[in-house]
Write a protein that binds this ligand. Structure first.
Ligand SMILES: Nc1nc2c(c(=O)[nH]1)N[C@H]1C(S)=C(S)[C@@H](COP(=O)(O)O)O[C@H]1N2
Ligand SMILES: [Mo]
Length: 320
């Protein structure tokens, strides 16, 4: 049994939880098993070489962000059993079942477009790109449920700075991996794939905008967007695109999946706004998963102090 030194560790070597838990029992007492630090940052638990699934592997060496909410976190089981990830089906319990064997390694994210240094990053490069932080953020789905999750990641601005956007770059377009063979349920959902999202460049550079690689101390489970997703906490959940493979810096406002599917229902901006109802339901309240009573929805999902200046002078009914 080979135990690599931290410096040799590759993301693709990470052992899935089910396997390392067994191995831990098996190895109880063996030296070399446990959290490791690499250059004061990341890093992954134990490990022997493997190239299979990755979710549920411990992350360590991350700091706790002062940008976290102190609201109670939503139970892990709610966050991982009640999902929107249409590539794996449109019912809330579909992704947990159908994404189980989603192959997330090897994985690369291509960053291109109006940039001086277009680059393809593998997961090792992404994990080492910036110090990892745990950020406890609220995420509010446009369907009026919400969660509070200890996400792990780093500001998207750190990634964008690496590729040096040119002055022509005004928006950022994101694309999810799509493979009809691994995602046979996608077709029946009625939306177009690959799933696309977008942000204005200043929204993308905002310190709250997170490149997310983990949650609850571990790498992301497949149903929550492994191995890398976005979390944009002041916008409706569909902006927080999962399993990203491509990021393009563009001049014009990019097309986005839900806006293409129903432009009268889902805008490009999609800032959480209790005063602007969805055409088919109110946005005034939400149900926190795991709770019974509804609670009021807050403007910008409670992040108004930090983001409302991005939209000064804009009519947020028109730009919904
Ligand atoms: N690629 C992709 N990303 C996606 C979606 C999707 O269907 N496909 N659903 C979005 C929606 S509507 C929400 S509410 C959040 C849900 O994230 P969660 O399942 O981790 O709670 O993911 C978003 N990201
Ligand atoms: Mo959503």
């Amino acid at each position: 049994m080979l135990i690599k030194k931290p410096a040799d560790l590759k993301y693709s070597d990470i052992t899935p939880k089910s396997i390392y838990v067994d191995r831990r029992k098996f190895l109880a007492g063996a030296a070399g098993v446990g959290a490791a630090m690499l250059g004061g940052r990341v890093v992954l638990d134990v490990i022997s070489p493997r190239t299979t699934a990755l979710a549920g592997t411990k992350l360590s060496g991350y700091s706790k962000s002062p940008l976290s909410t102190n609201e109670p976190r939503t139970p892990y089981n709610d966050v991982t059993q009640y999902n929107n990830f249409y590539e794996f089906g449109s019912d809330k319990d579909d992704p947990a079942v159908n994404a189980k064997n989603f192959r997330t390694s090897p994985w690369t994210v291509s960053v291109e477009g109006n940039v001086t240094k277009p680059q393809k990053f593998d997961m090792d490069a992404i994990l080492k790109m910036a110090p990892l932080e745990e950020r406890i953020y609220r995420l509010r789905c446009v369907e009026a449920w919400s969660i509070v999750v200890p996400w792990i990641g780093f500001p998207l601005s750190a990634l964008l700075q690496k590729v040096e956007p040119t002055p022509k770059a005004k928006f950022v377009a994101f694309e999810t991996f799509y493979d009809p063979k691994q995602m046979p349920k996608a077709r029946g959902t009625g939306i177009e794939f690959p799933y696309r999202e977008g942000l204005r460049l200043d929204e993308a550079m905002h310190p709250l905008t997170l490149v997310c690689v983990g949650m609850y101390g571990e790498t992301l489970p497949p149903q929550d967007g492994a191995p890398v997703r976005l979390i944009v906490p002041w916008k409706y959940g569909f902006k927080s695109i999962k399993s990203i493979v491509k990021i393009t810096l563009v001049e014009k406002q990019p097309r986005t999946t839900w806006n293409m599917a129903a432009p009268n229902e889902y805008g490009f901006y999609s800032n959480v706004n209790p005063k602007v109802d969805h055409p088919r339901w109110s946005q005034a309240k939400e149900r926190r998963l795991g709770e019974f009573l509804k609670r009021p929805t807050l403007p910008f999902n409670g992040y108004a102090d930090q983001v409302e200046n991005l939209y000064s002078g804009m009519d947020l009914r028109k730009y919904f």
